[in-house]
Design a protein around this ligand. Sequence first.
Ligand SMILES: Nc1ncnc2c1ncn2[C@@H]1O[C@H](COP(=O)(O)OP(=O)(O)O)[C@@H](O)[C@H]1O
Ligand SMILES: NC(=O)OP(=O)(O)O
Length: 321
Amino acid sequence: MRVLIALGGNAMTTTDGRARPGDQIAAVTVAMEPVADLVAAGYDVVLTHGNGPQVGNLLVKNELAASVVPPVPLDWCGAQTQGTIGFIVVNALERALAARGVRRRVAAVVTRTLVDAGDPGFARPTKPIGRYLPRDEAAVLVDHGETWEDRGERGWRRVVASPEPLEVLDAPAAAALLAAGFVVVANGGGGIPVVRSADGSIRGVEAVIDKDLGAALLGRALGAETLVIATDVDGAVLGYGTPEARQLDTVDVATLRGYAAEGHFASGSMGPKVEAACRFVERGGRRAVITSLTRIADAVRDHAGTTVLPADITREVAGHA
Ligand SMILES: Nc1ncnc2c1ncn2[C@@H]1O[C@H](COP(=O)(O)OP(=O)(O)O)[C@@H](O)[C@H]1O
Ligand SMILES: NC(=O)OP(=O)(O)O
């Protein structure tokens, strides 16, 4: 069975979102344990990952150093995070597989994802990236022309353009590596956003694609049956942060979309995960699961977190807070 596992960028760092190298390696090392168990058990695993904290940090470095070295565009920063995160995921997974006596090669693919140059997302930044700052520090950067948003108790966060992913252009390369027996890491950070010019050529555009929406697209392109969206909470919660909070257990797409329309899932965090789970299932995936990093193996083998199924298979089963 082919499974696509999407690792959250925030879940691969620490709660302060600072993404120190040691924290990232430690978190990825832990995350690869259940992944290695699944590969060892014969599951056909594809990995993708977020890059929100990392691409935001890179952008800051880039801007601070602009007077010394030439700045690079945001899509280059995205490509660089695919390289770095892919590197630590490949190292950690190969190590975990070797510890289990499993001889499998792991490869990370630099992956471009097509977007529409006219996407309204370019005019209205929605994707939170980088570190959290207190309101007064964010206000200074807003005065310098950046867009920042109040993200609740953790503070303010910079937001950038996030167009809809239309096609994972390098999915065929990932498919060829899978067919050759590799475990594949692909479409990190939702893919490097690119547009197609009138002459057919491809060029990068400055944006950060939502990795969960990218994962839904990649999952279907590669024929995955199950999508697991692994993050830092156990599942999608109704009334999140209120005394009435209730985690969804098993839910069909139509019911889940209804809850989304009622505003239960925050934009830029749980909202796109819910949308990605719905799209994956609507486009032929068997099931999508939103759960925590520690429950990846349970989600694939059995049941964990919030499971989203096609409308004709299920109705909501009451969960717990
Ligand atoms: N309704 C909700 N149910 C659960 N989590 C929610 C909800 N609304 C917002 N969240 C937030 O979504 C976060 C996970 O999304 P995000 O930070 O983007 O994760 P990742 O970086 O792992 O992709 C959780 O830490 C939680 O604070
Ligand atoms: N690109 C992206 O969605 O990254 P995060 O999951 O880290 O926010």
